[in-house]
Design a protein around this ligand. Structure first.
Ligand SMILES: [Zn+2]
Length: 315
């Protein structure tokens, strides 16, 4: 019987950032307000991992990179009391009128160090990290380890957008946690090089799978987002079942953005924009796991990482 740890992670990006055609200037937070109002009620037994935006864009707009951490401190405290956890989620942009993604590794390292200096005295523990727009280099991952992070959750296994000039390239990355190799962070380190594992940064990827929305010419690799329509989630689960690794421990790192669960006036062919569908999709995953005779537990990202560290042979 295998054990499945399910992490429900929420990136607190502004509304409308994570679309086919992202607008990096957007700074409205209706989705976050919605999530703060409803998620604890509709997901009562699920510890949530909130990746809170804290970066130069917020610093420029609101005068502090810690804007969301400070403004919603009461909510975060309440969330932590119920078992949620917070993580750091910076998007590294230039501060132009039309923000561009910083793609230079040295510049990104300097920006991470600068923001970290401004937020590290926050009252909140930020045990894990997720880079905005899902990319890393050896240098950006190394600077996080130097800051004391032991868990990163940025990779989207097999996703490669390098053809468009984006630094996101996770081709060859396994669809489960691993200790990144120094020479190529997309790949697991050789097992001999993982000593002592407690000190290595563990990558807990957002899991990916193949689904075909009505506008896709073929099944497309996407991260496991429980806000998609029921039939698409079912498609994903079929792929999931067929591609389950032969492990005795599984971590399922699901990711959503608050607006994807919020009702919209205009419908979407990928996202259901429905709390009912979110609940139902999660229940379907649990049902699949139980049907296999396995056990499932919801945990925060750092807890899943702790469990995995006890089984480093699973690299
Ligand atoms: Zn983000």
């Amino acid at each position: 019987m295998a054990q499945h740890l399910i992490c429900l992670t929420i990136d607190t990006d502004p509304d409308g950032l994570n679309t086919h055609d992202p607008d990096r200037r957007t700074l409205t937070w209706d989705g976050l307000h919605f999530a703060m109002q409803y998620f604890h009620t509709v997901l009562p037994h699920i510890p949530l991992t909130w990746y809170v935006r804290a970066d130069g864009q917020l610093e420029q707009a609101y005068g502090s990179a810690r804007y969301l951490l400070d403004k919603y401190a009461d909510f975060w405290r309440k969330a932590i009391r119920r078992g949620d956890e917070l993580g750091w989620h910076p998007h590294l942009y230039t501060l132009d009128a039309q923000p561009q993604l910083i793609t230079d590794s040295a510049q990104a390292v300097a920006e991470l160090a600068r923001i970290w200096h401004n937020i590290q005295d926050t009252a909140f523990n930020l045990p894990t990290f997720r880079m905005g727009e899902a990319w890393h280099t050896t240098e950006t991952l190394t600077v996080l380890a130097e800051m004391g992070f032991t868990v990163d959750s940025t990779a989207i296994p097999q996703r490669d957008d390098s053809a468009s000039g984006h630094p996101r390239n996770w081709s060859g990355t396994p669809n489960h946690p691993y200790f990144p190799a120094q020479h190529d962070i997309r790949m697991p380190a050789a097992i001999d090089n993982i000593a002592p594992p407690t000190q290595r940064i563990l990558e807990v990827p957002m899991n990916s799978w193949y689904i075909q929305a009505s506008y896709d010419a073929a099944p497309k690799l996407r991260y496991m987002n429980p806000c998609i329509h029921r039939d698409l989630w079912q498609q994903g689960l079929v792929w999931w079942d067929a591609n389950l690794p032969n492990h005795d421990l599984h971590v399922w790192n699901l990711i959503l953005h608050p607006t994807e669960a919020m009702p919209h006036e205009k419908s979407d062919l990928l996202y259901a924009y429905s709390l009912d569908v979110l609940q139902e999709n999660l229940a379907q995953l649990l049902e699949r796991i139980e049907k296999r005779g396995d056990s499932a537990t919801y945990v925060t990202l750092s807890h899943a990482a702790q469990h995995w560290r006890q089984k480093p042979y699973l690299t």
